[in-house]
Design a protein around this ligand. Structure first.
Ligand SMILES: Cc1ncc(COP(=O)(O)O)c(C=O)c1O
Length: 398
């Protein structure tokens, strides 16, 4: 095999948020971390090589991304997602979460409402409330094991006075849906009609399983392009989160100026030199690595499903169409959020993201597991959960 995703690489002592801070953040000890969304795999060799070469140059002054950077993004999205992005639409961002905060500041006013679809990536809610805006929830519906959007409810929410913007998670973290063109058209038409700007967080767009295609929201039609800002980043796809690099697609000239003003107010003028270098190398050379990664992740997903079906009764896997995050339904075990949290941390000693942080009640009784790790690590985590549940339910027997 050209890329060895089975290799367990020790990340402790590298300042890894996932590994070095898990015990402190989850108040546990010896926790096996499968929570925050980065991968326990090395980035593609071409990316590492590009960073080493750049480091060897030895001068790290202010650096503006050049044509190779724009070209890399444009070619990647044209090839992988059949979306033609024009270079003038692109703006840098120091990460997608910073971008979401900046966009909320740029395009809404204090007191306005911003729509999200819970259960959803919790920094969305923080970007809204920390900036003095109100979270307006358009909850997803879970029907026969599959989540879908509730567009009737969205229409009502979009008519709420002060509703200005929606943060769309596409593909969706944590439920793993890759929204269909129809679903996106439904959402986009409502937003267009009601004057709601769509901020499409498409950070997981490259990570879709076989037979599933991501549709960039802004690629659907010109009106959607003009009524949206799309957040892109190589950081999930190629495991570059620590380099804090992202790009925004903003087709409207006035809107671009609005974003730039907000960047300037914070003195955010320059992208990180290594971030731009890594983005360019990843989008230029990373396709074979990504294809191999997706195969490996599909194997991990299959392993997880079979393991749970055989050994962990009462837990249901919500089948993801994309992302390396899997939403596990523990509601069959009839435990409240606190009991489930204690079971994971104290008994199983695994750090997963608890469902309720993605919105409550929508996430109550769920846990999100990150399967972007060597299979041996995933197996160890699942065995720990199996053992914890077995001993708990044995104890509970009279
Ligand atoms: C939907 C979504 N958006 C954004 C991010 C983080 O983006 P960044 O690290 O560029 O701020 C994540 C990470 O998990 C995510 O899942």
């Amino acid at each position: 095999m050209k890329y060895d995703f089975d290799r367990v690489i020790d990340r402790t002592g590298t300042g890894s948020f996932k590994w070095d801070l898990a015990d402190a953040l989850f108040h546990g000890s010896g926790l096996l971390p499968l929570w925050v969304a980065d991968m326990d795999f090395e980035s593609p060799p071409e990316v590492i090589e590009a960073l080493v070469m750049r480091a060897r140059h030895g001068i790290f002054g202010y650096t503006a991304p050049g044509p190779a950077y724009h070209d890399a993004i444009i070619k990647w999205f044209r090839k992988r997602h059949r979306w033609k992005i024009r270079p003038e639409w692109l703006r840098f961002a120091p990460g997608v979460v910073p971008a979401l905060n900046l966009l909320v500041q740029a395009f809404t006013a204090p007191g306005d409402s911003v729509i999200v679809q819970m259960p959803v990536y919790y920094p969305f809610m923080r970007a809204i409330s920390l900036n003095g805006r109100t979270v307006l929830n358009n909850p997803l519906k879970l029907e026969k094991g599959r989540y879908r959007m509730d567009l009737e409810d969205l229409e009502r929410k979009a008519m709420t006075p002060g509703a200005r913007l929606i943060i769309l998670c596409s593909p969706h973290n944590p439920v793993g849906r890759v929204w269909t063109r129809d679903e996106l058209e439904g959402l986009g038409s409502i937003c267009l009609k009601r004057g709601i700007l769509v901020v499409a967080d498409e950070i997981h767009c490259d990570l879709t399983y076989q037979g599933v295609r991501h549709v960039p929201f802004a690629s659907i039609k010109e009106e959607f392009l003009m009524n949206s800002v799309t957040c892109l980043s190589p950081s999930k796809t190629f495991n570059l989160a620590g380099l804090q690099t992202a790009a925004l697609v903003i087709a409207g000239g006035e809107r671009r100026a609005g974003y730039e003003t907000t960047l300037s107010r914070l003195g955010l003028t320059w992208p990180n030199v290594f971030g731009s270098e890594a983005l360019t190398a990843a989008y230029t050379h990373g396709a074979p690595w990504l294809d191999a990664l997706i195969d490996y992740l599909a194997g991990n997903l299959e392993f997880l499903k079979q393991f749970i079906a055989r050994n962990i009764p009462g837990v249901t896997v919500i089948e993801p169409e994309g992302t390396y995050l899997v939403w596990l339904d523990f509601r069959g075990l009839d435990m409240d959020n606190n009991a489930l949290k204690r079971l994971m941390i104290e008994d199983a000693r695994v750090a997963l993201d608890h469902g309720f942080i993605f919105g409550s009640p929508e996430g109550d009784g769920f846990e999100r597991i990150n399967i972007a790790c060597p299979r041996a690590t995933l197996e160890e985590a699942l065995r720990r959960i199996e053992r914890a549940l077995k001993s708990r339910f044995q104890e509970a027997k009279p």
